[in-house]
Write a protein that binds this ligand. Structure first.
Ligand SMILES: *Cc1c(COP(=O)(O)O)cnc(C)c1O
Length: 444
């Protein structure tokens, strides 16, 4: 996929974090507000492909990609060239004052690739949260209804409305209220923890009954759902769940919003994770993280008549669809269109499943391997039970960090390890990282 400018090899030359990173972290703690956390206190100077280099010269394997952002790889040549060229020509006008072509081109590409046999339109924003907020605004305007439904274990962002939409109070909402009204949480399909044998349709009926009794279908503007939950721990709903929900929603005039912020844009081996269930028909999709190759940009794409529901001027923002970010997004999207990128996600899925299922057979702490493409997770339990085992996750994560592998946890119970490598990661590098993960498991 890329020619690498940094050798794709792990190299640990100091303790992690090393002395230079520790000195920078001390300054940071004095200068930056404490609410802005740190997963691993290394200060990154350079990156390429799936390797990041810190201030002490450690070459670290990045299995997080800035939470699924550098899907195309760190410092992808196509993205660098597009950004360099654009920044010398035009950096800002505000699209709603005087438009420019790059914004329109991003929308055209997204419209062409969103699943569903209907006319589509898009609008661009800066962050995933902002995309979710705008999808809700648009759905409310279109339906003339106020209520929205979201799912247990879901995550949608850090703004006031999206805080209300998240499942977990800690760390996302605790003490930051009051929150936006009109949001109802309903059960998610969580195959590992649902009653044995519960089908996707039955799980959907459980959610639907709750919505009908608690809110009434006629009051609902939208249901907002991640087709594979990200922060919730890569929970893949049982087959049929998404379809049954969207069928019910459409029978009742409710807009279906697929939050594809983490799972979309080639991450799972399709353009969008919604495509794995072809009978699932989202009306709107929210898109962010991987689309800009590291530049901030997000989108809402969906049914033209819904996207046209707002009066002119109702949707926008100063920086939304910034020309430089739009140029970066075009570079990412055109590479996916050119072919080969989705196959990289499938290659990575093959390695992750092969290695992680072999570990599951050996280590009883692994209850499940799940996910798709380069979005795969393991859920850890106390052996012989379904009791969450966050201590094991913390030990493995600490072992990986010490040995130069950046890995992230997830999950409502903090008992999930998620793998979100760049699609540019080589087989050798991924296997090296998985050797480190396995050594961490073996040392439990
Ligand atoms: C990250 C994320 C968001 C929020 O995106 P930000 O860019 O951090 O505002 C929303 N939805 C999902 C599914 C996410 O993973």
């Amino acid at each position: 996929m890329s020619e690498f400018t940094i050798a794709q090899q792990r190299k640990v030359v100091t303790e992690i974090p090393g002395p230079k990173s520790q000195a920078l972290q001390a300054q940071r703690l004095k200068a930056v507000g404490a609410g802005v956390g740190t997963a691993l206190g290394i200060f990154v100077e350079k990156a390429n492909g799936a390797i990041i280099i810190d201030a002490d010269g450690n070459h670290i394997i990045d299995l997080g990609s800035g939470i699924g952002v550098t899907t195309i790889g760190h410092t992808n040549a196509g993205v660098i060239n597009a950004v360099r060229e654009q920044v010398g020509e035009l950096t800002h006008t505000l699209f709603t004052l005087t438009p420019y072509q790059e914004y329109v081109e991003v929308c055209q590409i997204l419209n062409a690739h969103m699943p569903g046999n209907f006319a589509k339109k898009s609008a661009l924003f800066n962050s995933g949260s902002e995309a979710v907020e705008n999808a809700v605004k648009i759905a409310r305007k279109f339906t003339g209804r106020g209520e929205i439904a979201v799912f247990d274990h879901g995550y949608h962002g850090r703004t006031n409305l999206t805080m209300a939409m998240n499942f977990k109070a800690m760390p996302y909402a605790s003490g930051f209220g009051p929150f936006a009204p009109g949001v109802t949480h309903v059960p998610m399909s969580y195959p590992l923890r649902d009653p044995a044998g519960l089908t996707g349709e039955q799980a959907a009926q459980r959610s639907i009954t709750y919505l009908e009794k608690r809110i009434g279908a006629e009051n609902l503007a939208a249901i907002v759902i991640e087709p594979i939950q990200g922060e919730g721990g890569f929970i893949v709903p049982a087959p049929g769940f998404l379809t049954a929900l969207s069928n019910w929603a459409h029978e009742n005039g409710i807009v279906v919003v697929a939050d594809e912020v983490q799972a979309g844009i080639a991450r799972t081996g399709q353009w969008f994770a919604s495509e794995f269930e072809p009978t699932f028909e989202p009306d709107l999709m929210t898109i962010a993280k991987g689309i800009g190759g590291g530049m901030p940009i997000s989108a809402v794409t969906g049914r033209a008549e819904i996207m046209d529901a707002s009066h002119p001027g109702g949707i926008g923002g100063t920086f939304g669809g910034n020309p430089v970010s739009a140029a970066a997004a075009i570079a990412v999207l055109r590479q996916i269109e050119a072919g080969g990128v989705l196959e990289e996600a499938k290659r990575i899925e093959g390695i992750l499943y092969g290695r992680l299922e072999a570990m599951q057979a050996k280590y009883p702490q692994i209850a499940q391997v799940r996910g798709r493409g380069a979005m795969v997770a393991i859920e850890l339990v106390e052996p012989g039970t379904l009791n969450p085992n966050p201590a094991a996750v913390n030990a493995i994560v600490a072992h990986c960090h010490k040995n130069g592998v950046l890995i992230l946890n997830a999950g409502t119970y903090n008992n999930v390890i998620r793998f979100l490598p760049s699609l540019a990661i080589t087989n050798e590098l991924l296997n090296d990282a998985l050797d480190v993960v396995e050594a961490g498991l073996a040392s439990l």
